[in-house]
Every structure is written in C-alpha cells, then in structure tokens.
Design a protein around this ligand. Structure first.
Ligand code: ATP
Ligand code: SF4
Ligand code: MG
Length: 326
C-alpha cells in the first residue's frame, strides 16, 4: 500500500449565491453544492485525476484541498495532519509544499514581469532575498523545465503557449513542492504541445517524487497521465479506479457516457452502439433528488429518484449507482 500524502474526509464546499443572480424560486435557491461530501486519498508520488463536465466542481475541490478556498465542512489531512488546524509555522510549510499550475499561463503570469522575476517571485516571497542565489535557482528551474536561460529577460508575450506553460511549471516547482495541482494544465494547448508538457510533467514527477492532482475534462489526457481517476458529477464522486479498469469496464453509467463521448481511433470499435445522453447538465443550484445523474441516465428507476447511491468500494473500484454496469 502506498503512503497517503493528502486525504479529504467528507469535504463540502457550498457557495452562497446572491439573490440578484438567481432565476429559481425553489426553496434551495442560493446554494451551489460545488463539492458535496467527498472523501479521497492521494498517494505520495502518484497522479490522481479528477474528471467531469464543466461546473461539476473539479477546481473547487482542487483549491479546497490545498486551502486556497475555505471548506464548508469536512477535513483535509496532509501527512496525517489537519490542514485547517495548522499553526502559523505549519501553514507556511504547507504553502511551500503545495502549488498549482493553471490552464491559461498567460492569464496567470503578470505581463509586465520578466520571466526571471516571475519564476523567482515565490522564492522571494518565501525569503530568498539574495538576488544571486535566487537567479541561480531560476536558471536551474528554467533548465529543468526546458527553457533556455538566455530567455530569462524576456516577457511572457514573447513566448509560445507551450513555453508559457513551462514558465508556469517552473514557478510551481520553485519551492520544491511535494504536491502540485494541475488544473486543466494542458487544456489550452495544441495536441502535439500537450504531449510535450505531459511528458515533462511525468519526467518531473519521476525526478522529484512529485504527487499530482490532475484536473481535466479531457478523458484522453487523464488516461495518459493517471494512476487513479475519480469521476465527478455535480459535486460528487460517482466512480473511481485505475484508467485501465475504467476504460475497459466502466461501472457507472456516467463514466460509460464520458468514455463513449471520446473519439475512437480503432475502426473495429468505432461503430459500437453509443449511449445517448439525454438532457443538459442540471443546475448545480437545484440538483435532482436521489441520484444526481438520474435525469440523464437511461437505466434510472424509481429508487434512483428516492435515494442517493453511496460510493461503495469493491476491490480496487469505487462506484455510486443503484444499477451498476457489472
Ligand atoms: N466563487 C464562486 N461563487 C459561486 N459559485 C461558484 C464559485 N466558484 C464556482 N462556483 C460554482 O460551483 C460549481 C463548480 O464550479 P468549478 O469551477 O469548481 O467547476 P469545474 O468542474 O472546475 O468547471 P470547469 O471545468 O468549467 O473549470 C459551478 O456550478 C460554479 O458555477
Ligand atoms: S443510480 Fe440510477 S440514475 Fe444513478 S447512475 Fe445508477 S442507474 Fe443511473
Ligand atoms: Mg475548473
């Protein structure tokens, strides 16, 4: 069994929505259950992925797990200690130990700062005052992320999308973190550049024993990088397992739908019967009763409307469905 680096226990994040943004007159209006009772373990040195449609709560979960967002309820343990009960010193160490890579490096990098200062900023913030020492570390970070050190005086707009993401990765690595949240880190890139960045992330993981929480709506990317995949639907985990198990034999109807929605290269299975999803993603403000997927699920029965299926573990698989596909 792997050592657990970070674990969430019954984590919830509910957002209060102001009445001016509301269209519904329902009694539950005003609360988005973006993360609703999620329990998971992230093993050290591995990649755990969160996958699901836009708005299902992936980013909220990722940010709550590294304390960028306050939870509504629940606990997060880092190396076995509750991160919400850290003292100032523990909090500072945690800030160094976790970092995040964003989807759009252009939006997350200050356009008026040179690359050297962008990558050096976390070092300065965490007390590396001596310029020489900082610049040496920046040069090292540029080298390990495949950036030429002679570009250190350039500005973000002078780089391509892929290079900008390397800058984002160098920044995220600056303080020798153990956990990096990659939030749609390659989603804005062309497929060929995506592969380069994913390979870089894998190489860095091997070299520095990094743990990744990899967030993506793209199943083909998730399949390539993950040790374990968690499928989210409207704030909840509906299925989890290794990519091999999930792709070969999805147990939850929603996972089956996601897999069927991925374009298939192999012509022998291209014409297989596809499950057609009916209806749009329901509102997160007023989700369906019982199983949240029931309004789109072809297998739904009465029990699905009346009771919310619990996430159960069977061997290496986890799923939450009254009529699992097995
Ligand atoms: N600050 C906020 N205030 C209110 N609601 C929010 C806030 N942030 C997110 N939400 C809502 O919470 C839900 C989950 O959003 P989140 O951004 O976590 O989803 P996501 O899976 O990351 O989506 P995407 O794939 O589009 O990035 C959505 O319904 C979203 O509208
Ligand atoms: S619990 Fe029912 S509605 Fe939900 S996914 Fe399973 S079969 Fe479909
Ligand atoms: Mg997101």
């Amino acid at each position: 069994m792997s050592e657990i680096l970070l674990s969430a226990k019954h984590l919830k994040k509910y957002y209060q929505i102001s009445s001016s943004t509301l269209f519904s007159s329902h009694a539950n209006r005003g609360i988005v259950k973006a993360v609703d009772d999620i329990t998971l373990d992230i093993p050290r040195g591995k990649t755990l992925s969160l996958v699901g449609e836009s708005g299902c709560g992936k980013s909220t979960l990722g940010r709550t797990l590294i304390n960028l967002i306050d939870p509504t309820e629940g606990e997060v343990l880092f190396n076995g200690k509750n991160i919400y009960a850290f003292n100032a010193q523990e909090e500072k160490a945690f800030r160094k130990a976790v970092s995040i890579i964003f989807q759009d490096p252009y939006a997350s990098l200050n356009p008026r700062m040179k690359v050297r200062d962008l990558i050096g900023e976390p070092l300065l913030t965490h007390g590396m005052k001596a310029k020489k020492e900082r610049y040496e570390r920046v040069n090292e970070l540029m080298k390990i992320t495949g950036l030429k050190a002679e570009y250190a005086n350039r500005y973000p707009h002078q780089f391509s999308g892929g290079q900008r993401q390397r800058i984002g990765i160098a920044r995220a690595l600056a303080l020798n973190p153990s956990l990096i949240v990659c939030d749609e880190a390659v989603s804005a890139l062309d497929v060929s550049i995506q592969a380069q960045i994913l390979n870089l992330l894998k190489q860095l993981q091997r070299d520095f024993n990094l743990t990744y929480l990899f967030i993506s709506h793209d199943l083909s990317v998730v399949r390539y990088v993950s040790d374990e995949v968690y499928v989210m639907y409207l704030g909840q985990i509906v299925e989890a397992g290794t990519p091999k198990a999930l792709f070969e034999k999805p147990i939850h109807p929603y996972t089956q739908f996601l897999i069927n929605a991925v374009p298939i290269a192999d012509p022998s299975i291209r014409d297989r019967e596809k499950m057609i999803l009916e209806g749009d993603l329901p509102s997160a403000i007023n989700p369906p009763s019982g199983c949240r997927f029931r309004t789109r699920c072809p297998y739904a029965t009465e029990i699905c409307a009346n009771s919310c299926p619990k996430l159960i573990t069977q061997g290496e698989r986890k799923f939450a469905c009254h009529h699992p596909l097995m």
